[in-house]
Every structure is written in C-alpha cells, then in structure tokens.
Write a protein that binds this ligand. Structure first.
Ligand SMILES: *[C@@H]1O[C@H](CO)[C@@H](O)[C@H](O)[C@H]1NC(C)=O
Ligand SMILES: *[C@@H]1O[C@H](CO)[C@@H](O)[C@H](O)[C@H]1NC(C)=O
Ligand SMILES: *[C@@H]1O[C@H](CO)[C@@H](O)[C@H](O)[C@H]1NC(C)=O
Ligand SMILES: *[C@@H]1O[C@H](CO)[C@@H](O)[C@H](O)[C@H]1NC(C)=O
Length: 337
C-alpha cells in the first residue's frame, strides 16, 4: 500500500502510538496475534487422535464437542470442558474431553494467557484423576522442544513448569522465585526439566478461587521465563485488555515464577535457539495416563478413592463438573527489530 494512503487512514492516536514506538522508552514487543472469543475456534484445531500420554480420555472433534456442550463460550470467555455426566469404562472408552491446538506456530516472543478458570474436581475429590495442561510444542517432538506453562496432576495445588527437549539441553533455575525448586536440570525426553512452584493460587482450586490470572512466557535466544500474575496483581489489568492498550514490558514483570537459563557455573548449558522452534499453543484436559495415572498410588488423597485412577474417573462423572477451562484471551507478541 502506498505510504501516503496509509498515513491518511491513520487516526491521531495511531500516529501517536507509532511515534512512541521510536522513542528510547518504547516497548520492545508488538502484538502479533490475539485470540479471544471472536476468533479462537477458527484459529485452534481440535485434536482427535488417541492421547499420546495414554490418558483415559476420548478427545472430541469440534462438531462433537460443540454438540455435547464441551466447547463454546461462557462468561465472555472460551469454554473447554469435559463430560461430567456419563459413567464410562475401558470398553466404552475414556472420558470425553477436548484438546485444542493453535494453527499458527511461533518461535520466540512473549505469550500471554488470561485464564479465569482451570480444570478442577469438586472439592471433595481433591483434583484426583485430572491432568490439565496449557503448553506449547514444536514439530518432530522432542526435537523442537515443549514448554509446559501450566500443568499438574491429582491433588497438586501449585503449578509445575517443565521443558522437554532432545539431548543436550541442561538448564539452571537461577533467577526463579524463591520457593520454586528445580526437580531435574536435564530437559531431555519425556521427563524433562521441571520446576515445582510453591506459590498459592498458581494452580487448581486456589487459582480459580482468586479468579485465575495471567500466565506470561518470555522466550528469547537466551532463556525461557514464566510469570504468573494473579487477578488482583497491579500489572494484571495492563495485560488483560482485549488487546492490551500498551505493549507489555517483561523488564517490569519482576522475578519470574520459573526461569530456565544457561548458567555455565553450574554446568547448565542449553542452546534455546537450537532446541526450541515453531511452537503451537495447546489447551487440554486429560485423565490418568503417564502422569496422573502413574502418580495415583502415591497420592494419599487419591489412592483412598479407588484402587486405580481409571476406575475413579470412569465411575464418578460428577467429580468433573468443574473440570473446565475458561480462557479470556491469548496474545502473542514479537520483539521489535
Ligand atoms: C453421554 O452419553 C450419551 C450416550 O452415549 C451421549 O449422547 C452424550 O452426548 C454424552 N454426554 C457427554 C457430555 O459426552
Ligand atoms: C462397560 O460398560 C458397559 C456399558 O455399561 C458394559 O456393557 C460393559 O460390560 C462394561 N465393561 C467393563 C469392562 O466393565
Ligand atoms: C477480541 O479482539 C478484537 C481485536 O482483535 C476486539 O476488537 C474484540 O473486542 C475482542 N473481543 C472481545 C470479546 O473482547
Ligand atoms: C554449551 O553447548 C554448546 C552446544 O552444545 C557447546 O558448543 C558449548 O561449548 C557448551 N558450552 C559450555 C560452557 O559447556
């Protein structure tokens, strides 16, 4: 488009915004994509294959999920739920649920998700059987990496943040919030490098009771950092506009909940550039499987409910009435050149 015409179409505020971008105090990120209730379901695809993590789940297509009211809109947000009425077993198949993946993929940048509700069980069931996740991953797993931003299983009440890569990526969590512990430094394979957070309200019932909040991920050539801003945090309003009025500035975010960095003094060495690329964004809710199922027997709150995770999940549908996501928006920002 010719420059003159472009300028003529701009409102004074657009021009002001443009000018402010070239000043030294300019924000370093600009909006690339915003997903909200106006475009979410045309931008995310429903995954309908068997769960690669062997969950006791049946992922529905968009048509099926919509017909059974497991995907749609609620409270101005995007609702992604599970079946909480039908009894099921190994013959009839895993509990119906949804897993959605962004069609677009991204390398580096800033990713914000405003989430008001995440999957939990009814309180009496302590989260047992559930394995919800908000995450990103690249092609040819694990060669392009995976970032698990918000994830946990069973009676967990704080978030676990994890990276998965091919061989040769070891990280340090120096710079993470105190109280966040590095469970494993080697990011290789399905175990990955995990950080267990200890902050209340980052996961499950505590997250929902406080109205959720914003998860922010900054992914650069040097590091991957994850922040959580609870609903009542001072910065939250500036991150939740639809779209936010000003570009967010991670320099103002404070200490991350989980920082994944290279720190040669601790022999942590990871080329983020070669291990992470072209990530799609995913929300899902699965049950049991490689993590929640494996951990069932060691979880005191859960193992008392049934001998096996699948028995509980299949036989007690009403436990999962609150096992839904409400996502207000997801925005992707790229660094100014
Ligand atoms: C429960 O099962 C019935 C019968 O198969 C089916 O029609 C219905 O859609 C199911 N409900 C959900 C929420 O999946
Ligand atoms: C699963 O449930 C179906 C329908 O209720 C029943 O016919 C079948 O025998 C059950 N299978 C098992 C393994 O319990
Ligand atoms: C969704 O985002 C668009 C801008 O891309 C905005 O115009 C619209 O108001 C937003 N919708 C809601 C429900 O916030
Ligand atoms: C870190 O890993 C890269 C690539 O694997 C390697 O070239 C480099 O020498 C390593 N650096 C240190 C300090 O170990």
């Amino acid at each position: 488009m010719p420059k003159k015409r472009l300028l003529r179409q701009m409102s004074p505020t657009t021009l002001l915004t443009l000018l402010s971008l070239v000043t030294p105090t300019a924000a370093t990120y600009r909006l690339l994509d915003l997903y909200n209730s106006t475009n979410f379901f045309s931008s995310f695809t429903f995954f309908t294959s068997p769960d690669p993590t062997h969950g006791f789940v049946t992922y529905l297509s968009a048509t099926e999920a919509s017909a059974r009211a497991l995907a749609g809109y609620s409270q101005d947000g995007i609702y992604l739920g599970v079946d909480y009425t039908n009894v099921t077993n190994s013959t009839t198949g895993g509990r119906a649920s949804v897993r959605v993946t962004s069609q677009k993929s991204y390398t580096r940048g800033l990713l914000l998700a405003d989430i008001t509700h995440m999957p939990t069980t009814l309180e009496a069931y302590s989260g047992c059987g559930l394995w919800p996740a908000y995450w990103t991953f690249g092609p040819d797993w694990p060669n392009s990496g995976e970032i698990d931003i918000l994830e946990g299983v069973n009676s967990a009440d704080t978030n676990s943040v994890t990276l998965h890569t091919s061989k040769g990526c070891t990280i340090s969590n120096s710079g993470s919030l105190s109280g966040t512990t590095l469970v494993r430094a080697d990011c290789t394979g399905s175990e990955g490098c995990s950080q267990q957070t200890s902050l209340d309200g980052t996961y499950g019932r505590g997250f929902n009771d406080a109205g959720g909040g914003v998860y922010a991920v900054e992914w650069t050539e040097e590091f991957i950092k994850v922040w959580f801003f609870p609903r009542d945090h001072d910065l939250t309003p500036s991150l939740t506009g639809n779209p936010p009025e000003e570009a967010p500035d991670p320099e103002e975010f404070g200490t991350p909940l989980a920082a994944f960095v290279t720190d040669t003094s601790s022999s942590a060495n990871c080329s983020i550039e070669s291990h992470f690329k072209e990530h799609q964004i995913v929300f899902d809710t699965t049950f049991c499987g490689d993590w929640a199922g494996e951990a069932w027997g060691d979880d005191e709150a859960c193992s008392g409910l049934a001998e096996k995770c699948e028995d509980f999940v299949g036989e007690v549908p009403e436990a999962f009435e609150e096992a839904y996501w409400i996502v207000m928006s997801v925005s992707v920002w790229e660094k100014e050149e």
